[in-house]
Design a protein around this ligand. Structure first.
Ligand code: HPA
Length: 249
């Protein structure tokens, strides 16, 4: 089934329903890769057709390492989505990437393990070596940055997303290593999502919402999960405004 879908959104922690999505219909998609995180919710938003999926499930029941990234992207693609924005909660490593800052990253370093990272590892599948020099679709990233400016919302253009395994947060030594490696942000769900999107030839970009300073990067001794969710709620409220501007551009 291919439906007219202008944009798909994969919601991360704190974004389980897309606010303002109207006249919704739910699609439970069977995929060759098993169950997706949940139904795709398709509806009207800002005068366009928008598909939404909650990456961790609508009741946040799936930890980052158990998300079926392949099934999620397959489900969206099979319904007709060709442009996807991944919304991801992250920790900030760079000094200007503190809580509530929104970043549109342009690079990734993948530290995850044991996840299904490709559609090629199914018997008989064609082996595809995608170019991943630039992991996010440049034009879509640029449109997102421009849309945020149109909406009057500050975002940082560019940054390197370090994808860790989770579900635990990192040690200070791990974050110090990520920093030496050149990571500006750390999150648990950016990969393999971005690579799978590229394999399916989906345009993909990320809105990274900073929930906390990563371990050892802020003044705090410990990271409070309550604070993470409070900061996330504040940053998440800006997401529909940015996406409405994107859809109007
Ligand atoms: N580390 C990894 N993932 C995260 C963090 C963090 O500090 N905060 C929100 N997601």
């Amino acid at each position: 089934m291919s439906l007219p879908i202008d944009l798909a959104v994969i919601g991360g922690s704190g974004l389980y329903k897309f606010p303002g999505l109207e006249n919704t219909e739910r699609h439970a998609v069977n995929t060759p890769y098993g169950a997706a995180s949940g139904d795709v919710v398709l509806g009207d938003f800002a005068g366009k057709r928008v598909a939404f999926m909650a990456r961790h499930g609508e009741s946040h029941s799936l930890p980052p390492h158990r998300v079926n990234y392949r099934a999620n992207l397959w489900a969206l693609h099979s319904l007709g989505a060709r442009r996807v924005i991944g919304v991801n909660a992250v920790g900030g490593i760079r000094a200007d990437m503190g809580p509530r800052v929104i970043v549109v990253p342009d690079q990734i370093i993948d530290y995850t393990h044991g996840r299904y990272t490709s559609y090629c590892d199914v018997e008989g599948a064609e082996v595809k070596h995608i170019d991943f020099s630039e992991p996010y679709t440049r034009a879509l990233r640029q449109s997102l940055v421009a849309a945020a400016a149109d909406a009057g919302i500050a975002v940082i253009d560019g940054g390197c997303y370090g994808a860790t395994q989770g579900p635990r947060l990192e040690t200070r030594a791990e974050i110090a290593r990520l920093k030496r490696d050149g990571c500006d942000l750390v999150g648990m769900t950016g990969m393999p999502e971005a690579a799978l999107a590229r394999e399916l030839e989906i345009d993909y970009a990320c809105l990274a919402l900073v929930a906390n300073f990563a371990a050892g990067c802020g003044d705090e001794e410990e990271i409070s999960i309550e604070e993470i969710f409070a900061h996330l709620a504040a940053a998440t409220a800006e997401v529909p405004k940015i996406l409405a501007a994107l859809l109007k551009s």
